[in-house]
Design a protein around this ligand. Structure first.
Ligand code: ADP
Ligand code: MG
Length: 704
């Protein structure tokens, strides 16, 4: 149970004054909510941090005010001059002055009564906004703030600037943020006093205050003490939670499973290729784990196209040989279906019964699958996270495979490990993002790792080239020639800002353009399509009926169309390295020579230049991952930026990797000295875990 004093932080943001259903809907767009949280809460407001400040501290006299700058002026209202009747275009002006000069306040399309109320003739007011020169007069159009001398305190002298969304006013948000801040309860310090002192970090509450209510512009700048403090809090919570889950995982007895190899032999027989040595080694390692008395938790790392699916199938077959069940979970519906298509024919040859369960299986179909699963009539269940819903009951789950792990946030990761927990199922986690060693240690600790280092035989290198946007038509002409020779092309349009609408619009526009130039056979795939339409489009591309597939990043993971040999990525400069590498991995799977064309818009930042050059230079996923870590910081490499979900609220940006390893060591030290978090600091640390919503870890921990 969450301690009651934290309740105010987890209330809906609607408790804040000025936040009604309309604002909530806007906040939902502007804030990054953690997975599973549908409506913004007070705590989400607090994690919505300003990106800068507007400095209103300059308080010149009218004569000294500099045109073009933001200033706060104390003036006396002289007279109102409304626009002539019937002329709504002319501004409403209010003449004001101080001892040194005149200042006109100018309003367009404003209600007279509003201005009259705000600026009564003869009274003094503070006005704050941008001062401009208009001919001979000094003016301020639509002051940001107008306050009476008595209410001067309402005027934010350093006004934090928040990321907004269309329709959400900065003022409404600021007011809500101020109230959110007031709901932060006093809390016992959970960080080590000496460490705080050494770093010069403020307390948790003070850090939030300095960010949302800055008294110094530096507080809001990247790397500031308050930001570092909160990032460290988050990293420590994360490290503690992972360590606790790991402990509880290790404490569980395993479910040793012994297969006799008969099903695997049949599957291998049915494969049109021989396994690579890496695949064989990985399988041996997995088999040893599954048959050991300790519960298995192993990571299978393999670059895109290294052949993880077959390894997963053969590993799952071990459990089936022993009369138990296996599950394979993919992060998206498209991928789950693709796994099903790959696995079903092979499984059939071996007499293994396979079922599919995603969000789309509903009603009778779903009931039927659940009944067969419960009865043990399904040997391998493939699906999305629908697999882990409460009413999905396995007859005897001995082995679970989780594909493309990096798409799941920490919280989902925790929930999954718990789900497998009851039955003590062995777990294999597969990731296509080769995670650098350092990061692996900090995020998974003592997890065992198998690596697929070889590419399947017959793979050709992918020629990668960066191309300036201006050369796009040339590129399209070359693609046209390639298409005539049987090539197939992925054309990826990037996410544009935060709005999916403009995203889609960009993809649609490109689709129309390519159709015009290349003729029929250009398909469009985007996140807004329903699952059936997506499948149909993917199938048409896989069958070769579509030659070009224009897509938003929904094709990012796992999709396998061996004949596709050209990948075009628009605005490649907006993608991270890992993501570019993932996307590129969609081609180079067949016998044709493959290309990856990175279109970019100038000017390129230094980092973007480095990223694109790196992509041209190497196809080694491990090298790329190291570089990615260096360029972006640990949070984002593992984190959900790629999937659009927030994994870290504060520590997501670059520049926190140093803190990550400190937090890792700190968590270890804390748990070895106080394994049950029962000391005074331990109690405080529990609060930290709740603040960062690692409740699952705490629950597990209690049970252990
Ligand atoms: P990923 O590791 O990215 O999930 P997949 O499992 O989708 O890769 O495999 C990519 C392609 O490589 C598939 O078409 C698969 O059939 C093929 N493949 C897997 N193993 C081998 C192998 N040993 N030799 C040749 N092709 C293979
Ligand atoms: Mg895969």
């Amino acid at each position: 149970m969450r301690p009651p004093e934290l309740t105010p932080l987890f209330a809906s943001a609607e408790v804040l004054k000025g936040v009604g259903p309309r604002v909530i809907a806007l906040l939902k767009k502007a804030l990054r909510l953690p997975p599973g949280v549908l409506l913004p809460r007070v705590i989400d407001m607090l994690w919505h941090l300003p990106t800068g400040v507007i400095d209103r501290r300059a308080e010149p006299t009218v004569a000294a005010a500099l045109p073009g700058t933001i200033a706060t002026l104390k003036v006396r209202v002289l007279k109102h001059k409304g626009p002539p009747r019937g002329n709504t275009k002319a501004p409403y002006k209010v003449a004001t002055e101080d001892e040194t000069g005149r200042l006109d306040l100018v309003f367009f399309r404003v209600e007279r009564s509003f201005v009259e109320r705000q600026l009564p003739v003869g009274e003094e007011r503070y006005v704050s906004g941008r001062v401009e020169r208009y001919g001979e007069t000094l003016q301020m159009a639509h002051p940001d703030y107008i306050v009476a001398p008595d209410n001067r305190g309402d005027l934010p002298l350093l006004e934090p600037v928040y990321p907004l969304t269309g329709g959400l006013s900065g003022k409404v948000l600021l007011k809500a943020e101020r109230q959110a801040l007031e709901r932060v309860p006093p809390m016992q310090e959970w960080q080590d006093a000496a460490w705080l002192k050494q770093r010069g970090w403020p307390s948790f509450a003070e850090a939030l205050k300095r960010l949302h209510h800055p008294e110094d512009a530096a507080d809001v700048s990247p790397g500031s003490a308050p930001l570092q403090r909160l990032a460290y809090d988050e990293l420590l919570a994360n490290q503690l939670a992972l360590a606790m889950v790991r402990e509880s995982f290790k404490a569980q007895r395993g479910r040793p499973v012994h297969g006799d190899g008969r099903l695997r032999a049949k599957i291998i027989d049915a494969l049109p290729f021989a396994l690579t040595n890496s695949q064989k080694t990985a399988l041996r390692e997995i088999e040893a784990d599954i048959s050991a008395p300790r519960r298995m938790l192993r990571l299978l790392q393999g670059d895109v196209g290294s052949g993880k699916t077959v390894v997963a199938l053969l590993a799952m077959a071990v459990a089936v040989e022993a009369g138990a069940q296996s599950a394979l979970m993919a992060p998206t519906e498209v991928l789950a279906r693709q796994h099903m298509e790959t696995i079903a024919p092979l499984a059939e040859k071996a007499g293994i019964r396979v079922g599919l369960l995603t969000g789309r299986e509903k009603g009778r179909v779903r009931d039927d699958i659940l009944a067969r699963l419960d009865a043990g009539d399904i040997d391998i269940l493939i699906g999305t996270h629908a697999l882990f819903q409460a009413d999905v009951v396995f007859h005897d789950l001995a082995f679970a495979v989780i594909d493309e792990q990096h798409r799941f946030g920490v919280h989902q990761r925790l929930a999954l490990q718990t789900k497998g927990g009851g039955g003590g199922a062995n777990m294999l986690v597969m990731t296509a993002t080769p995670i650098p060693r350092t990061l692996l240690m900090t995020h998974y600790g003592d997890l065992e790792v198998s690596k697929l280092t070889e590419k399947p035989a017959g793979r050709k290198p992918i020629v990668t080239k960066q191309i300036a946007n201006g050369l796009m038509e040339k590129l399209i002409a070359r693609i046209k020639a390639q298409l005539a020779e049987g090539a197939q092309v992925y054309w990826v349009c990037p996410l544009i800002e935060s709005s999916d609408v403009s995203d889609l619009a960009a993809a649609e526009e490109r689709h129309a353009h390519l159709t015009q130039v290349l003729g029929e056979g250009v398909g469009l795939l985007h996140g807004g399509m329903n699952a059936t339409a997506k499948d149909a489009t993917m199938a048409a591309f896989a069958d070769g009926n579509l030659k070009v597939l224009v897509a938003t990043t929904v094709i990012e993971v796992g999709v396998n169309v061996p004949n596709a040999n050209i990948m075009v990525i628009e605005h490649a400069e907006r993608f991270g390295l890992a993501q570019l590498h993932q996307l590129r991995g969609r081609v180079g799977r067949g016998s044709r020579e493959s290309f990856c064309m990175l279109l970019y818009a100038e000017p390129l930042t230094r980092t973007a230049q480095e990223r694109l050059a790196m992509m041209e230079d190497t196809e080694d996923g491990f090298l790329i991952a190291e570089k990615d870590l260096e360029l972006r910081g640990g949070g984002e490499v593992l984190g959900a930026r790629q999937s659009g979900e927030a994994e870290f609220r504060v520590a997501g940006g670059a520049g926190f990797s140093e803190l990550l390893s400190a937090a890792h060591d700190d968590a270890r030290m804390i748990l070895s000295a106080d394994p049950h978090l029962t000391t005074e600091r331990g109690e405080a640390l529990r609060r930290l875990l709740y603040v960062f919503e690692c409740d699952e870890a705490i629950r597990l921990f209690r049970a252990a």
